[in-house]
Design a protein around this ligand. Structure first.
Ligand SMILES: Nc1ncnc2c1ncn2[C@@H]1O[C@H](COP(=O)(O)OP(=O)(O)OP(=O)(O)O)[C@@H](O)[C@H]1O
Ligand SMILES: [Mg+2]
Length: 333
């Protein structure tokens, strides 16, 4: 009764924690640990700032891969740290949490997330498929018989799902998201300019000047890297058109998840979706022109959610208020 109720979006790149209608925490799920003793040095934003800059004795790692736990102990420690941060110092009651999991996780992967949340200090932990949480958080009428198409484009995965009557009717998940876009920029500059650039630099270029398709604006950015031949530092200038060119391959994979889910959608719901369009959530939904790009590729209009980054965490929070309704469609929530 006195427990706080928190929604946790446990992504590959970021952890977001919400309570009621508020986002309390949004941090990278990155942990810095010493290699020999496996002692945690830093977690979250602090660890991210160390990325690519640590001595040999410290490893900066992501405990989740493709949305599922890759390193259990580190995930648990990280979750405990984030929960403590949100709960503040003194507390009598453990929180009740609802945590997002990718659509189509195995029962072993589910159990790992549940266990990690409990070990990290939750009194009770519920698991909700991320696309369902994103749809609820984006404010779609998921409890009606109307079909809603949600496309959650995250850091490591894109999940497209049709949601109706509080459950997922059809879904498709692909391993392509923001990290694959960053990698495509790294590959592009290496091939075209013989320049090796870091992941954070590639991400910055994507965010600062990147786009999915021609947006009628050409931006430029100076990029620092290391020459592949001489090994010396060198600078080049990248343009928006170049980033667009670099991103086409992974973007096609992202679009394919939407096409696949459309193929799997029952005809009665397909007409709803053509009328209402698709709603985009996740950090990569912020890429310029991705709505236009997906509309061109799928012939279904795409719209950005109000808070694409916070949607899944907000949806998980709201999910805690209607567990019974959700369980009718998805018994293992
Ligand atoms: N303005 C922006 N433009 C383009 N990409 C962005 C922008 N802001 C954030 N991103 C990208 O969003 C991604 C993170 O999205 P998000 O937080 O939704 O991922 P996640 O939920 O942790 O991952 P997943 O859902 O795949 O497990 C990163 O790759 C980041 O580069
Ligand atoms: Mg996500």
């Amino acid at each position: 009764m006195f427990s706080r109720r928190l929604g946790i979006d446990l992504g590959t790149v970021n952890v977001t924690i919400g309570e009621r209608e508020q986002i309390l925490l949004h941090e990278p799920d990155i942990v810095a640990i010493t290699i020999e003793e496996e002692k945690i040095v830093a977690i979250g934003q602090e660890a991210r700032d160390m990325y690519g800059r640590t001595p040999e004795t410290i490893e900066v790692m992501r405990p989740l891969r493709d949305g599922v736990i890759a390193d259990y102990e580190v995930t648990e420690a990280m979750l405990r740290y984030f929960l403590d941060k949100v709960m503040g110092g003194f507390r009598l009651f453990k929180p009740i949490v609802m945590v997002t999991v990718p659509y189509g996780v195995t029962s072993v992967e589910r159990r790992a997330v549940h266990e990690a949340a409990i070990q990290a200090g939750a009194r009770e932990a519920r698991l909700i498929p991320a696309p369902l949480a994103a749809a609820i958080g984006a404010g779609l009428p998921v409890d009606t018989p109307t079909g809603n198409l949600i496309v959650n484009i995250g850091g490591g995965t894109t999940e497209a799902a049709v949601v109706a009557m509080n459950g997922i009717v059809a879904a498709s998940s692909v391993r392509a998201g923001g990290m694959q876009l960053d990698q495509a920029i790294i590959d592009y500059t290496r091939k075209k300019y013989n320049l090796i650039i870091g992941e954070l630099t590639a991400e910055l270029a994507k965010i600062n000047i990147g786009a999915a398709t021609d947006i009628g604006e050409e931006m430029r950015m100076d990029i620092q890297g290391r020459d592949q031949v001489t090994g010396l530092p060198r600078m080049i200038t990248l343009t928006t058109s170049e980033i667009i060119e670099a991103l086409q391959e992974p973007l096609e994979v992202i679009a394919s998840s939407v096409k696949k889910v459309l193929e799997r959608t029952p005809p009665e719901l397909a007409s709803d979706i053509i009328d209402r369009g698709m709603v985009l959530t996740g950090g990569t939904a912020l890429l310029r022109g991705i709505d236009v790009y997906l509309t061109q590729e799928t012939h279904v209009p795409a719209f950005l959610a109000d808070d694409p980054v916070g949607a899944a965490a907000l949806g998980a929070t709201r999910g805690l208020e209607r567990i019974e309704a959700l369980q009718r469609a998805t018994p293992n929530i």
